[in-house]
Structure formats: structure tokens, C-alpha cells
Design a protein around this ligand. Structure first.
Ligand SMILES: *Cc1c(COP(=O)(O)O)cnc(C)c1O
Length: 409
């Protein structure tokens, strides 16, 4: 006797091809259709009232702002991958962060945010939340269970991001989440770096996971998207806040995210592999003081990364020895394959000079030289290494010339 396999029995690569699809219900077409909608029509008053009864319920079809079958296909897929009850799609990753932070705070509250958080997240806390009477304390990303000592009677949430933006510290997510839960405090983690494929914050005890779908889910640098994943207990509360803020995602962008999802696993595996190759090569260079990449065995976060993550994405940092800024400019301006620009997660490689010291308050970033943030794209790693090697030649030549001028004077 054969038993029909349940959808949840499938392994992740199979699920990525199946989630959010039902060809028999969509005229046999492989992919979910893109529904452009504001008004939805109902035949009877009873049908209309039924649709409007629970507008923030999962999959509610009453008005375009609450989502369409295209939105729900993506939300269901992401919720399953993250191991949550439901996902909520919003127009950007930052909208996901702002909505979630405002869902769980009110005037007089205190929140704890990792010092390694994405810079715009800090601005939300320092400007917007502060104006609404919410106080933020930044904590050392390596605090671990010590977070318990920072929790005050009015602390409402603990915000995590692992690895950290720019400096890639790996947090002890289970320890921090457990301490928060013991104190009755909500924990929220930004899971953009690893994506639901390589890390599941909810499985580590976190209450809410946030993914900037703009990065790897969309994966082609052509759409903005944010996702919030929660357990059932918090779902309607967060959804109500998102609806109050007026967020709705454009259907074509949802479609691009669904399409990106189908290839996420193969893309990420390649980002991981090339990222490690570039990181190892950079680490052996005399110009480089330290590479910040948790998959490198001597990275301080390596043990935690191995314990909690299933892989690494393509984003990491490289700290150079001290060089004059002109020399770094000469290196970067001449790169042929690495683009310069914010954001990441697309198919192309990127490099960006960054200044972690400008966005740290609980900890100090004392590094002697410039820091580069590298995104390993899907190009051939040998070509990428050749591009970097030529960059280092320009760096050394420019630094040598600068030193020469110094002697003349
Ligand atoms: C890019 C990014 C975001 C914000 O996503 P947007 O879609 O650009 O608003 C949030 N968190 C992290 C870690 C990011 O890198």
C-alpha cells in the first residue's frame, strides 16, 4: 500500500519548488498568477460580511491592502521555511523592522538592541521610537545569557541580528532568546544574512523573525520586500500593526520574490562557496589584517555558527592594515567585476568601504585600518580573485607613491 507523502515530509530543495503553488487551481499554469487588485467583488451581502469579518486573519480576501492570493502564496511559503505560523509581507526590509518594533512598544517602554544592528534599524530606535517615548539600550552582541542583567521592569523586547551588520559577530541566539522568554520579553531577530534556509531563529527560541527579502529571496537586485514571521500568538497583533501603518506589497514584487525563492538554495550554496574562497584568499594576503567571516575556522564566531547555522551567505568583511584613503580609493575605483553600491544578495559581486566605528555605542570598534564589506556573487571565483589581486596592486602602488611624497617633504 502506498501512502501519499505529506508536503511537510519533503526536503528543503523539493519544498522550494512546491511551496505557494497549486497548478490545478490556477488553470494548470506552473507559477501563481500575479493578481493586481484593490477592489474585490462579492455577490451577496452575506459574502461581503463574511469577507470583512476578520480582515487581519490569515489569507483574508476582502481588499487589496490585506493581500491577494499572490501575496498569500509567498507568505505561506516563507512561514513554512521559517517554521512559523504565518508570515507578513511588507514593501521593504526596513518596513518589516519598523512595523515589528512598533507592534511591541509603547511610550514609557525600554528595548534592548544589539550594537551590531543594521544602521537604519538604529535610526528607527534613536529617532522614531525615541520621539514616541521608547528608550533604547544597545548591548554587546556577544552578551549571551548576560542579557538577563540588562532587562529592566519596563523592557519590552530584545532585538538580535546575527551575524552583525558590518562586523559579523555571531550571537548566542538560543541563550539570549531563552533569557528574554524567562523575563517575559519578546525577542526579535533580523535573519536577512542567513535566510530561512541557513538559520531558523524561531527554532532557537526567538519569537519573531525578520527577513529583508530584497537581498537573497528576490536575489536579482530588482525589487524591495520585507517579511515578518511569527508564531500564532503574535501573528494577528503584528498583522494589525502592519495594516495600521498601511503597508501592502506590489504584486509584481511579490511575484519576483516567489520566483527568486525557487532558486534560493542553489544560489545560496554558490554564494557560500565563493564567499569562503574569497575570504580564505583575502586572509592570506599581506594587506589584510583580519577577515570577518563566521565560516572560517579561526573566526571568533565559528563555533556558534557551526552549532546554529546550516550555511553561510556571501556577505563578509575584510579589515585591511592601515592604508591612506587615496590608496583604498585607487583599489576600489579600478575594480572591474565588483560593483560598488549598498544592498547585496543579488547575483553580482559587490564591495563597499564601511566604517563600523560610526555605528557602535555599547562597544568600541578599535581597528587600525579600513574595512571593506564584500558580497560574493555568482561569477567565477577565479575571475573575482584576479580582480581583487589587481586591486591590491593599485593599493600598494598608490600607498608607495604616497610614502614617496612623504619622504620628499
Ligand atoms: C538591507 C537590510 C535590511 C533592510 O532591507 P530593505 O529592503 O533595504 O529595507 C534589513 N536588515 C539587514 C540586515 C539588511 O542588510
Amino acid at each position: 500500500m502506498s501512502r501519499k507523502r505529506r508536503e511537510t515530509d519533503y526536503k528543503i530543495d523539493t519544498l522550494l519548488g512546491r511551496l505557494g503553488r497549486d497548478p490545478q487551481r490556477q488553470h494548470h499554469v506552473v507559477n501563481p498568477p500575479v493578481y493586481h487588485a484593490s477592489t474585490l467583488l462579492f455577490e451577496t451581502v452575506a459574502e461581503l460580511e463574511e469577507a470583512l469579518r476578520d480582515k487581519i486573519g490569515k489569507g483574508n480576501l476582502s481588499y487589496g491592502r490585506y493581500g491577494t492570493p499572490t501575496t498569500f502564496a509567498l507568505e505561506d511559503a516563507i512561514a513554512q521555511l521559517e517554521g512559523g505560523y504565518g508570515a507578513i509581507a511588507v514593501p521593504t526590509g526596513l518596513a518589516a523592522i519598523t512595523s515589528t518594533l512598533s507592534a511591541f512598544t509603547a511610550a514609557g517602554d525600554h528595548i534592548l538592541v544589539t550594537d551590531s544592528a543594521y544602521e537604519p534599524t538604529r535610526r528607527v530606535c534613536d529617532v522614531l521610537l525615541r520621539r514616541f517615548g521608547v528608550e533604547t539600550t544597545y548591548y554587546d552582541p556577544l552578551v549571551g545569557a548576560g542579557i538577563a542583567e540588562l532587562i529592566r521592569p519596563n523592557t519590552r523586547l530584545v532585538y538580535l541580528e546575527s551575524p552583525g551588520s558590518l562586523t559579523f559577530e555571531v550571537q548566542d541566539v538560543p541563550a539570549i532568546a531563552a533569557a528574554a522568554r524567562r523575563a517575559g520579553v519578546v525577542s526579535i531577530a533580523d535573519n536577512t544574512w542567513a535566510t530561512p534556509l541557513y538559520f531558523n531563529p524561531l527554532a532557537c527560541g526567538v519569537d519573531v523573525s525578520i527577513v529583508a527579502g530584497t537581498k537573497y529571496v528576490v536575489g536579482h537586485a530588482d525589487a524591495m520586500l520585507g517579511l515578518v514571521v511569527t508564531h500564532e500568538a503574535h501573528y494577528k497583533h503584528v498583522r494589525r500593526t502592519v495594516v495600521s501603518l498601511g503597508h501592502a506589497v506590489a504584486p509584481d514584487d511579490v511575484y519576483l520574490a516567489l520566483r527568486g525563492l525557487r532558486t534560493l538554495s542553489v544560489r545560496l550554496a554558490r554564494h557560500h562557496e565563493t564567499g569562503v574562497k574569497l575570504a580564505e584568499w583575502l586572509q592570506a594576503r599581506p594587506e589584510v589584517a583580519r577577515v570577518m567571516h563566521p565560516a572560517l575556522p579561526d573566526d571568533p564566531g565559528h563555533a556558534l555558527w557551526r552549532r546554529d547555522f546550516r550555511g553561510a551567505s556571501g556577505l563578509f568583511g575584510a579589515l585591511l592594515h592601515p592604508y591612506p584613503s587615496d590608496a583604498v580609493v585607487a583599489m576600489l575605483d579600478g575594480l572591474a567585476l565588483f560593483g560598488m553600491g549598498v544592498s547585496w544578495g543579488g547575483y553580482e559581486s559587490l564591495v563597499l568601504p564601511v566604517q563600523p566605528e560610526r555605528v557602535r555605542t555599547a562597544t568600541t570598534w578599535e581597528a587600525p585600518g579600513p574595512v571593506l564589506r564584500v558580497h560574493a556573487g555568482l561569477e567565477d571565483p577565479e575571475d573575482l580573485i584576479a580582480d581583487l589581486e589587481a586591486g591590491f596592486e593599485r593599493l600598494n602602488r598608490a600607498a608607495g607613491e604616497a610614502a614617496g611624497h612623504g619622504e620628499d617633504r
